[in-house]
Design a protein around this ligand. Structure first.
Ligand code: NAP
Length: 485
């Protein structure tokens, strides 16, 4: 079995209350291969009415699901982890087809994404409140944890599996039901995942999927229903703002995992070769199409030429091509708009004075490819340093002092990931404490870990996914006052 075979035609539909079904109006939309623009297959195109049917199913399933034993929920997640791990090759192929990333990269996402099921299988049986004596004596204070209730999940195209499992894992563990709207460009992996969860025993109605090209209408309908209790979104800051506004009427619990503008700071005392290794990961993971991607390289002036030369050589040696082909390091971007947007940022940076070390030119031919690119002498205020690039471009600027590095690193609306390379322990502590980011990687280009709290501050959103913190987003606390006499 490979790729598309994982998702039989009767599962390229909506999943509502345990039944795979067409959209009520019978509409379908195309899923495109970004390596050549061809149509891979079609899936059902839900209307707002279909989404409301999905919410009805989630609401109907909520009470029974909340009443299941934690061990039962835990074991479903554990079986899902094992099945996903066993089918990693097939899932990786499917994800590579619809999203473009290399199969090796997709396997990395599979490992990461599946771990959320294992982690939350372990957390499901550790949900507990507390019992304490009131400080003044006498009464006892008891807290009870309960699932928040039906959730609405909206996920992006860049990590079609892991951005789902990060929400689905804790929701299942906590006892919440859900309606999921995956990105229209990559619905297949999520549908295959839903099939897998049904196959390992997730009860009907707990997880419902609406694939759609009408994201706005579907979102608005579901979010305006007072039976919904939570929205969790991963995507752009602009759409996040829309959803936060919509969440106000029902006062929903909200988790927002939004965009980033990660600084990658290399101090003069850093191991430059290690920094280049880390930069390759922080920049090139997912072709730069990650919210955690290093977006701005701030390098001490004394080591900037060495860093740029070495990074340029490594980036220039990467092979660009179809994600499923042997020997390919870098797949296509998601669509033509993405290529145009990255090209425009590079053109503007050059106009503002930057010099190209490698890359920078889009080649002719089908597919949405952009070459790995390194720029030096980039103006700090050039658009490429202000906006999320979401492509394989590393813009380098220099700094002279630690204060300047911290000030410039923090000089962004965003606050998700940041990276620092230094061998000085005192500096490590000073800088980590001074950075206004939800995550700081020290001498590493890879910070995502299912056991750690992933999330941002400022325009990167709020809430945490993963770790002990992640399940709290799906739990309500009831405090019970008990007089002791
Ligand atoms: P996007 O345009 O915001 O789309 C994300 C999801 O929102 C898609 O499913 C999209 O549906 C849906 N959507 C769009 N408009 C909507 C609306 N009005 N109401 C409800 N849903 C709506 O973002 P993207 O381009 O797919 O993803 C890239 C962005 O995600 C980047 O900014 C990246 O940094 C961020 N991201 C953040 C994290 C994190 O954890 N912080 C992780 C990954 C990505 P359609 O597909 O139909 O448009």
């Amino acid at each position: 079995m490979t790729g598309l075979d994982l998702l039989p035609p009767d599962r390229r539909q909506l999943l509502i209350g345990g039944s795979w079904q067409e959209a009520a109006g019978g509409e379908r939309f195309d899923v495109v291969d970004p390596a050549d623009g061809s149509v891979l297959t079609t899936v059902a195109d839900a209307s707002a009415g279909d989404a409301m049917d999905a919410l009805d199913a989630a609401v109907a399933a909520q009470a029974d699901w909340a009443g299941t034993a934690p061990r039962e929920r835990s074991e479903i997640l554990r079986r899902a982890f094992e099945r996903l791990t066993a089918q990693a090759d097939d899932f990786a192929e499917l994800m590579s087809l619809e999203m473009g990333k290399t199969v090796a990269e997709a396997k990395g996402e599979l490992t990461y994404g599946a771990e959320f099921f294992r982690w939350y299988a372990e957390e499901a049986v550790r949900i507990h409140g507390r019992w304490m004596q009131a400080p003044a004596g006498g009464s006892r204070l008891l807290t009870i944890k309960k699932p928040v209730g039906p959730c609405f999940f909206v996920t992006p195209w860049n990590f079609p599996l892991a951005m789902g499992t990060r929400k689905i894992g804790p929701a299942i563990a906590a006892g919440c039901t859900m309606v999921i709207k995956p990105a229209a460009q990559t619905p297949l992996t999520m549908l295959a995942l839903a099939g897998l969860l049904a196959d390992v025993g997730l009860p009907d109605g707990v997880l419902n999927i609406v694939t759609t090209t009408a994201a706005g209408e579907v979102g608005e309908a579901v979010m305006s229903d007072d039976r919904l209790r939570k929205v969790s979104f991963t995507g752009s800051t602009g759409v996040g703002r829309v959803l936060v506004r919509q969440s106000a009427d029902q006062l929903l619990r909200v988790s927002m995992e939004l965009g980033g503008n990660a600084p990658f700071v290399v101090f003069e005392d850093a191991d430059v070769d290690a920094a280049v290794d880390g930069a390759m990961i922080a920049k090139m993971r997912n072709m730069g199409e990650a919210c955690t991607s290093a977006n701005r390289f701030l390098v001490h002036a004394s080591v900037a030429s060495e860093f740029a030369e070495k990074l340029g050589a490594r980036m220039g040696a990467l092979t660009v091509g179809r994600g499923q082909d042997e020997g390919v390091d870098v797949g296509p971007l998601i669509d033509e708009k993405a290529v145009e947007s990255v090209s425009q940022l590079v053109t503007d940076a050059i106009h503002d004075g930057a010099t190209v070390v490698t890359g920078g030119t889009v080649s002719e031919g089908p597919g949405y490819f952009y070459p790995p690119t390194v720029l030096v002498d980039v103006h700090p205020e050039s658009a490429i340093n202000v906006e999320e690039i979401f492509g394989p471009v590393a813009p380098i600027t220099t700094f002279e002092s630690e204060d300047e590095a911290i000030r410039r690193a923090n000089d962004t609306d965003y606050g998700l990931a940041s990276y620092v390379y230094t061998r000085d322990l005192a500096r490590t502590i000073r800088v980590a404490e001074s950075l206004d980011f939800g995550m700081v990687g020290i001498n590493t280009g890879l910070i995502s870990n299912p056991a750690a709290p992933f999330g941002g501050m400022k325009a990167s959103g709020f809430g945490r996914e993963g770790g002990f913190e992640g399940i709290e987003e799906y739990l309500e606390t009831t405090y019970v006052a008990l007089p002791a006499d």
